[in-house]
Design a protein around this ligand. Structure first.
Ligand code: S3P
Length: 174
C-alpha cells in the first residue's frame, strides 16, 4: 500500500521521544486531527494514567490502550501519538500497520532520561528513573522496528521531524 493511500499517521516510540509534540505539529501542518491514546483513555475512564495503573493495574491499562487504537484508527486523517508500550501487543502492531503510516521516533538514552526525569505521570518510571529507562529500553530493544519509517530526533527540532513525516507521506514512497 502506498503512503498516499494511508488514512492516518501513527507515532510510536519510547517515552520521551517527542511523539505528542511532533504529532500535534504534524497534524497542524496537514490540517488533520491530532489524538493521543493516553488522553483518550483518561477521557474515557475519567482517571489519570497513574490512577489507572494504581487502581486497576497495567493489564487493564493495556486493554484500554488496545481499545483506543482500534477506535481511533478506524477513521481517517488523524495523527495519533501512542503510548510507549502500545507496540508490545502483536494485535496492536497489526492494527497500527493497517490503519496508517507508522513512524517510530527514537532518541538517545541520555536525552530520554533528561526529558522524563521528575515526571510523576509515568507509572513505569517511578523510583530511580534512569535505572527504569535503562531497563525498559533494554527490554524493548527492537520493539519499534516494525514501523514503516524511523526518525532519530536527537539533533532535530520537533518542527523538522514533523516536516520529514509530511514529506514522506507526500512522497508516497513508502
Ligand atoms: C507507557 C508510556 C506512556 C503511558 C504509560 C505507559 C509505556 O506514554 O502510555 O505510562 O509503557 O511505555 P508515553 O510514551 O506517551 O509517555
Amino acid at each position: 500500500m502506498s503512503a498516499l493511500t494511508k488514512n492516518n499517521i501513527v507515532l510510536v516510540g519510547f517515552m520521551g521521544t517527542g511523539k505528542s509534540t511532533v504529532g500535534a505539529l504534524t497534524a497542524e501542518r496537514l490540517g488533520w486531527t491530532f489524538a493521543d491514546t493516553d488522553r483518550w483513555i483518561e477521557e474515557k475512564t475519567g482517571k489519570t494514567i497513574p490512577e489507572i495503573f494504581a487502581e486497576q493495574g497495567e493489564a487493564a491499562f493495556r486493554e484500554y490502550e488496545s481499545e483506543a487504537l482500534h477506535e481511533l484508527l478506524g477513521g481517517k486523517h488523524m495523527v495519533l501519538a501512542t503510548g510507549g508500550g502500545a507496540v508490545l501487543a502483536g494485535a496492536n502492531r497489526a492494527c497500527m500497520l493497517a490503519g496508517g503510516l507508522v513512524v517510530a521516533l527514537t532518541a538517545p538514552m541520555a536525552t530520554i532520561i533528561e526529558r522524563v526525569r521528575g515526571d510523576s505521570n509515568r507509572p513505569l518510571l517511578q523510583g530511580d528513573a534512569s535505572e527504569r529507562v535503562r531497563t525498559l529500553l533494554e527490554k524493548r530493544r527492537g520493539a519499534y522496528d516494525f514501523a514503516h519509517m524511523t526518525i532519530d530526533t536527537a539533533d532535530l527540532e520537533p518542527a523538522a521531524v514533523a516536516a520529514r513525516i509530511v514529506a514522506a507521506l507526500q512522497a508516497g514512497s513508502l
